[in-house]
Design a protein around this ligand. Sequence first.
Ligand SMILES: *[C@@H]1O[C@H](CO)[C@@H](O)[C@H](O)[C@H]1NC(C)=O
Ligand SMILES: *[C@@H]1O[C@H](CO)[C@@H](O)[C@H](O)[C@H]1NC(C)=O
Ligand SMILES: *[C@@H]1O[C@H](CO)[C@@H](O)[C@H](O)[C@H]1NC(C)=O
Ligand SMILES: *[C@@H]1O[C@H](CO)[C@@H](O)[C@H](O)[C@H]1NC(C)=O
Ligand SMILES: *[C@@H]1O[C@H](CO)[C@@H](O)[C@H](O)[C@H]1NC(C)=O
Ligand SMILES: *[C@@H]1O[C@H](CO)[C@@H](O)[C@H](O)[C@H]1NC(C)=O
Length: 515
Amino acid sequence: MMQRCFLVLIWWIQAAQSSPCAHRYYGNDHTVCVCNSTYCDSIPEYDFSSASSYIRFTSDKAGQRFEKSEGFFSYETTPECSTRLFIHSTKLYQTIQGFGGAFTDSAVMNIKSLSKDAQENLLSAYFSMKGSRYNLGRVPIGGTDFSSRKYTYCDNADEKTSKLNFSLTEEEYEGKIPLLQKALELNPELRLIAASWTAPAWMKTNNDYVNGSLKEEYYQMYTDYLLTFLEEYRDQGLGMWAISTGNEPITEYLKYVRINSMSWTPAAMATWVSRNLGPTLSKSRHNQTLIFGLDDNRGHLTSFYEEFLSYESCTNYITGTAIHWYQDDTTSASLLDQTHYKFPEKLLVLTEASIIPDTTKSKKPVSLGSWNRGERYMLNIIENLEHWIAGWLDWNLVLNQDGGPSWARNNVDASIIVNPVADEFYKQPMFYAIAHFSSFIPRNSVRIGVSQYNKSTGIKSVAFLTPNNEIVVVISNTSTKEQQVTIYDLHKGHISVRLEAKSFHTLIYKQLLCY
Ligand SMILES: *[C@@H]1O[C@H](CO)[C@@H](O)[C@H](O)[C@H]1NC(C)=O
Ligand SMILES: *[C@@H]1O[C@H](CO)[C@@H](O)[C@H](O)[C@H]1NC(C)=O
Ligand SMILES: *[C@@H]1O[C@H](CO)[C@@H](O)[C@H](O)[C@H]1NC(C)=O
Ligand SMILES: *[C@@H]1O[C@H](CO)[C@@H](O)[C@H](O)[C@H]1NC(C)=O
Ligand SMILES: *[C@@H]1O[C@H](CO)[C@@H](O)[C@H](O)[C@H]1NC(C)=O
Ligand SMILES: *[C@@H]1O[C@H](CO)[C@@H](O)[C@H](O)[C@H]1NC(C)=O
C-alpha cells in the first residue's frame, strides 16, 4: 500500500512536469504544436508501476501528441480481434545507431532568427532528454542548396601556385559551430556525419559549383581540403563520426533543379577513395572517422554503388552506406536487403529525407500541420528499419514558412518551421513521427522480430530491444477507422489496445529476464 501511494505520487509529479502541445489549427485536421521563448511541449517521462505494465505514447490526426497511458499484460483469453502482433525478442536484426537531422546553413539561419530563449527551446526539443533525443547530425562541408549563397572553404585559392587557402566562413563561426556545440552539450551521444556537396569550383572540369567533376590533378588537394575541414571542426570540439564520399554523386536530378553538386563515375570515385581519401584519412588523426559511400537514392545501390564497391582497392575503406529517400516510392526496399546481404559488415544509414512540393500542382513547399506528411515519414522510417537501416536522418532541421532559404530555390518542407516575427516555431506531425522512434530507441538498441497476422488493416509495426532491456514497439495505423490490436509476448502474456484512426504509437515494456 505504502509502495502504491509512492508510485501514485511519482506519477502525479511526472504528469505535472510534462507540458502538453499548444495546438494551432489550420483546417482539414492540420495542426502544429506552437513553441516560443517561454513555452514548448515536452515528451513525458515514464516509469512502470509493476512488472506486468506497459506504457503507451499516442499521437494522432485528431490532435493527440505523446498522450501517455499505462496498461497491463495478462494471460487471460482475449476477444476476437482483427490484428495480432507477436513479438520475438530473441530474433535479432541490426543494431541501431540513431536518428537526427541536418545542420544546413538554412537551418542555422532560421534558428538564429529566433530570440535566445526560443532558440534554447528549439534545440532542447530536438536534442535534450525532454525532447527527441536526436543523436545523429549531418554537417555539410561548405555550402549546399540550403545556403543563402554559393561557396566552399577555398574559393580564393591561387590556381597557378595551386595552394590550398582554406578558411571556414562566417556561416561557421556565427552559427553552425556554436549551435553544434550546444546540441552536443544537450546530448553528449550526438554523432556527426559530414558531407561535401562539391569541391571548390576551380578544381572542377566546369569551374562551377553546379555539376562538373573533380579534375584528376586535384584528387589529393581536394582530399586535403576535406581533411582540413575535419581538423578545424575537431579543434572546435566537433569530431566527425563519419564522412561521406560526397552528396549525390549521380547528378541526374540537375534536369529539375541546379544545386551544388559534383558528379562521379564509379570507377573515378573508386580511384579517388583508394589512392587519396582512404589512405589520407587512415594516416591522419582522423583514422577512426568512418567513410560512408553513395550518399544518394537507393535506386543507385545496385548500379553505381555495386560497381564502385567492386573495385577491391577501395571497398575496405568504406565502412557504411548513406542512402537518400527520394526514390523510396518508386524503388523496392529489397534493394537495401541485397546490399546488406552482399556487404553485411557495412552500416546502412539513411542520411536525407524531406518532402518536396509537387510543382506540377503549384503546391507550396510548406504545408503547416499536415498529418499526411507525418505519416509519410512514419511509414518510411518503419520500412527502412525493416530493411537493415541503422540510422535515419531528416534533412533541414528547421526552415522558414516558405521552406527556405535556398539560393537554388529548391524549397521543401521541414519538421520545424520558424516564424521570426512572432518569435515562435511550429512542430509539425513530421517532428512527432521521428520522435516516436528517436525518443525511445537509444543507440545500440537492436531490432527484434514482430510477426503480424491480418495485414489488411493499415497496421505497420517494428520492434526493438534496448540496452536497458526494454522492448519498444512502434505501431502506426493509417486506416481511417479505429481498431483493436492484440500484442503477444511469449514471456509476458498479451495486451489488447485500441488504435485510434490515423495514429502513431510507441509501446514500451520491460523484458522479462529470468525465465
Ligand atoms: C508562449 O506560449 C504560451 C503557451 O501557448 C503562452 O501562454 C505564452 O503567452 C507565450 N509567450 C509568449 C511570449 O508569446
Ligand atoms: C482479419 O480481419 C478481418 C476484418 O477485420 C476479420 O474479419 C478476420 O477475421 C481477420 N482474420 C484473422 C486471421 O484475424
Ligand atoms: C586566402 O583567402 C582569403 C579569404 O578567404 C584571402 O583574403 C587571401 O587573400 C587568400 N590568400 C591567398 C594567398 O590567396
Ligand atoms: C551535368 O553534367 C552531365 C555530364 O557531364 C551532363 O550530361 C549534364 O547535361 C550536365 N547538366 C547540367 C545542368 O549542366
Ligand atoms: C590512429 O591515430 C592515433 C593518433 O591520433 C594513433 O594513436 C593510432 O595508433 C592510430 N591508429 C591506427 C590504426 O593507425
Ligand atoms: C486504425 O484506425 C482505423 C480508423 O479509425 C480503424 O478502422 C482501424 O480499425 C484502426 N486499426 C487499428 C489496428 O486499430
